[in-house]
Each structure stands twice: as C-alpha cells, then as structure tokens.
Design a protein around this ligand. Structure first.
Ligand SMILES: [Zn+2]
Length: 77
C-alpha cells in the first residue's frame, strides 16, 4: 500500500514498525485479541498511526511475549 498522508502537514508518513501489535483486551467471554499492523509516523509533526491490521486477530500464545508486553492497548468498538 502507499504510505498514509498526514493531512495538515501534506507529508507522506514513514513506517516506524512493520509488526506493531495492538492488544484488544479481554471482555466478557471474548479473550484478549492481538492485531498486527504497521506503525507510521509523520516526519514533520510526529503524529503516529497504526494501519493495515488484518481481518483475523491472534491470541497471545501465537506471539512473542516481549512484543505482547509492548503492545498498544486499544478496544475495538
Ligand atoms: Zn504531520
């Protein structure tokens, strides 16, 4: 995919991390789910985004524990 664009800066973002893990915490009967995406950063304003997560999440046992510890917590609606 093309790099995302930072709208206020009119700059292409740069990929900072290609296997950035997002942790959607356990809720009710649903276990914690981990999504792997790309972390992008605007070189001008420093704004960061995660994009390109797949359609299927993973459980923690499929992942490196260090990466799980450093994951970004986010609850999908
Ligand atoms: Zn920017």
């Amino acid at each position: 995919m093309k790099a995302p664009i930072c709208v206020p800066c009119k700059q292409e973002m740069q990929c900072e991390l290609s296997d950035c893990i997002v942790n959607d915490p356990a809720s009710g009967n649903f276990p914690a789910t981990y999504w792997i995406g790309d972390k992008w950063k605007c070189p001008k304003c420093g704004h960061e985004i995660v994009a390109g997560c797949g359609i299927r999440g993973l459980t923690a046992d499929k992942l490196d524990p260090d990466k799980v510890r450093n994951s970004i917590e986010f609850t999908y609606a």
